[in-house]
Every structure is written in structure tokens, then in C-alpha cells.
Design a protein around this ligand. Structure first.
Ligand SMILES: Cc1cc2nc3c(=O)[nH]c(=O)nc-3n(C[C@H](O)[C@H](O)[C@H](O)COP(=O)(O)OP(=O)(O)OC[C@H]3O[C@@H](n4cnc5c(N)ncnc54)[C@H](O)[C@@H]3O)c2cc1C
Length: 335
């Protein structure tokens, strides 16, 4: 196996986040000589954190200019690390920071890049990448002869590396800070209200447009729906997903769930999260929605319609029931 470089940016405290440790585990699984390249305001805490990983070299580009995400500084740091290491294969976690910078770095190195890899393995003695195409409908395993080959590994696909910390030697690279037009003065985030997207949750709870439709009494009960859903999310610590119809309603001035935005949308034109279990409520389970459930381990659905999409082989269990009643009872039981 060729030499492999794990490329990671450090967090504010200088350590590595879970996604970087997952990429480290994937890099180690290939079996070649391991190099580590670190970018951030400081790298020693990260190097010590993974001292037990058996890296032959730990290289770093450090300093205040490399503290925050910015294409110009991230690209120059990553390029310097790749050149200094000379590794044929470069593994990096799919973070917004690397997703933005590494394709450009690959061009500078005259290499090739694959994004959204879900696994790496050795096939006939050469490294291979597994990834999905056409919105998670087809899975492919591919190899490439071009080098360097930069691979961005999606989070949540590989168990994070864990091992003893220690004290590791770091080779600091002296990289001139490029001229930048962007200076980061701080972070201002919109008022997002309650955090409902939890990628590490054991359960994905999906709400469909049915929650906002007229119910048996001929009335809409959106406020009650929101209360039931939030109560359940807090008790189960579940992540909240929505169907496209539901998240689109807010733009149409109809009864809406305020806890829901387009970021919650699951499906072909939404997200494809990874959770061990999923519970769909008041959602029909049409293919463009259900395709976003590709990586959900066990699927259950609650729908009034015994002939809904979930009942056609897309869920393991379908409860033909009124979701208002079921969730009310479930919340009582969870108290
Ligand atoms: C190109 C394209 C891309 C798309 N991408 C996506 C995507 O990414 N994600 C996505 O979600 N959709 C997507 N869609 C839309 C998708 O096809 C469906 O229109 C959408 O998922 C329907 O949403 P829904 O099931 O919430 O609403 P509806 O189809 O209105 O279903 C509501 C369901 O709620 C049930 N219900 C009502 N009241 C209750 C109750 N009290 N208890 C239990 N059940 C109840 C009803 O029986 C019904 O089945 C896409 C479509 C196209 C054409």
C-alpha cells in the first residue's frame, strides 16, 4: 500500500473533532505508511491526541491566519502539507472547510479528488473508494490510477479512531500567508431557535405534511402538532426531519410547524442522514422522500392510510393509526 496522508484541521482548542478521527480510522484501515497533516492555530494538542495512531510523520501548518475557514489560507496550507508528505493517497473528513478548499488543492497538485466517500477498502491490492451516485440510488466502488488521490470521507460512516494519547513530535512547515481579501471578524448566526437537527441521534423523527392538514374534526391542529413533536424530540433526544411538502408550506402562508425549516428536509432534494432508527409520522412515504432514508437502519411509519407508500415495502413496520393519538400516548409513556 502507498503512503497515506490524513489531512485534518483542528478545532478552536487545538484538538481533532470526531469526523477527523473517523477519517483517521479509515486511513489506517488501508495499511500503508501513515502521515498526518494538521492545519489550525495550534496543532500540538491534536498531535498528542492521536499519538497512539502510529503515524510515521506528523506535519503541521499553524498560526493565527490558519485558525478560521478561508479558501486562500486553507488551500495554501493543505497544498504545502501534501507536497511535504508526498503521499499518494490523501484522506480528509467531509467538513464544509475541506469541501471548499480541497478540490482546488487537487487541481494545484494535478491530482484527482473524490467527495462524499462512504468507505475505503483495498481491492486487488489497490485502494478503492465506495460512494453513492444519483442521490443515493446507486452505490459504486471505484479505483483511480492518478496520484495524488484526495478522498473526502463523509461523517458517520466509520467508527472513530480511539487510542492512547501521548506526546508526539510535530514537524512545523513554514508557509507564507497568502494575500487575502477576506478577514474573519467573528461569527453571526441567525436566531435558529431550538436545535432540532442532531446527526448523532439514535432516532430520526420525520414529520410530514399530514400534521398540518384538516383532521377528522374538520379542523387544522398545527399548534398541537408542534407541541407533540417538540415534546417527543426533547424526551427521545431524536433528530427532526421533514418531508418536502411540509417544509415548503411555510412559503405558502399555510399552517406550519415553526420548528421546521428546509434544513430539516429529508429526501432526493434534501438530506440523507444516518441514524440507527427512523419513525415517520403523517408522511406518505413517496419515493423522492423515502430515498433520503437510505441509511436509516430500522424504519417505522404511522399513517392513517393503510395504502401509503411506507406500506409498499419501504418500512419495516407501519402503524395504521392517528399520529396525534399515538404521539400523545407515547409522550405520556416517556414522562
Ligand atoms: C423532483 C422531485 C424531488 C422531490 N424531493 C423530495 C424530497 O427531497 N423530500 C420529500 O420529502 N419530498 C420530495 N418530493 C416530493 C414527494 O414526492 C412528495 O410530494 C412529498 O414527500 C409528500 O410529502 P408528505 O408525505 O408529507 O405529504 P402528503 O403526500 O400530503 O402526505 C400526508 C400524509 O399524512 C397522512 N396523515 C394525515 N393526517 C394523519 C394523521 N392524523 N395520522 C397519521 N397520518 C396522517 C396522510 O394519510 C398522508 O399519507 C420531490 C418530488 C419531486 C418531483
Amino acid at each position: 500500500m502507498e503512503t497515506i496522508l490524513l489531512l485534518a484541521h483542528t478545532e478552536a482548542d487545538g484538538t481533532l473533532a470526531k469526523a477527523a478521527l473517523e477519517a483517521l480510522a479509515a486511513a489506517k484501515s488501508l495499511g500503508g505508511e501513515l502521515h498526518v497533516g494538521l492545519v489550525g492555530v495550534q496543532a500540538q494538542p491534536a498531535a498528542d491526541q492521536i499519538a497512539g495512531a502510529g503515524a510515521a510523520r506528523i506535519l503541521a501548518v499553524c498560526g493565527e491566519p490558519f485558525a478560521t475557514a478561508r479558501y486562500a489560507t486553507d488551500a495554501v496550507a493543505a497544498e504545502a502539507l501534501c507536497r511535504a508528505s508526498g503521499a499518494a493517497v490523501v484522506m480528509a473528513p467531509t467538513t464544509s472547510r475541506w469541501s471548499r478548499a480541497l478540490p482546488g488543492v487537487t487541481f494545484r497538485l494535478n491530482g484527482r479528488v473524490d467527495t462524499h466517500a462512504t468507505a475505503v477498502s483495498m481491492v486487488n491490492g489497490v485502494p478503492a473508494v465506495t460512494r453513492w451516485f444519483y442521490r443515493q440510488r446507486m452505490e459504486a466502488v471505484l479505483t483511480r490510477s492518478e496520484r495524488p488521490w484526495i478522498i473526502l470521507l463523509d461523517a458517520g460512516c466509520v467508527a472513530a479512531w480511539s487510542g492512547p494519547a501521548g506526546s508526539a513530535a510535530v514537524e512545523l512547515l513554514d508557509v507564507a500567508t497568502p494575500e487575502t481579501r477576506t478577514s474573519v471578524v467573528g461569527t453571526r448566526a441567525p436566531e435558529a431557535g431550538e436545535q432540532t437537527i442532531r446527526p448523532d441521534a439514535k432516532l430520526l423523527f420525520v414529520a410530514g405534511a399530514g400534521w398540518t392538514k384538516k383532521q377528522a374534526d374538520g379542523a387544522v391542529h398545527a399548534a398541537e402538532a408542534e407541541k407533540l413533536i417538540l415534546e417527543f424530540l426533547r424526551a427521545a433526544k431524536a433528530s427532526l426531519g421533514g418531508s418536502k411538502s411540509l417544509v415548503d408550506l411555510s412559503g405558502e402562508g399555510e399552517a406550519v410547524l415553526h420548528c421546521m425549516t428546509h434544513l430539516n428536509q429529508i429526501g432526493q432534494t434534501g438530506a440523507t442522514p444516518r441514524h440507527p432508527k427512523g419513525l415517520s409520522t403523517c408522511c406518505h412515504g413517496e419515493e423522492p422522500h423515502a430515498v433520503g432514508w437510505r441509511f436509516i437502519g430500522e424504519r417505522r411509519a404511522i399513517n392513517l392510510d393503510a395504502n401509503c407508500g411506507w406500506a409498499r415495502g419501504k418500512a419495516d413496520v407501519v402503524y395504521v393509526a392517528d399520529a396525534f393519538e399515538v404521539m400523545k400516548r407515547l409522550n405520556e409513556l416517556m414522562k
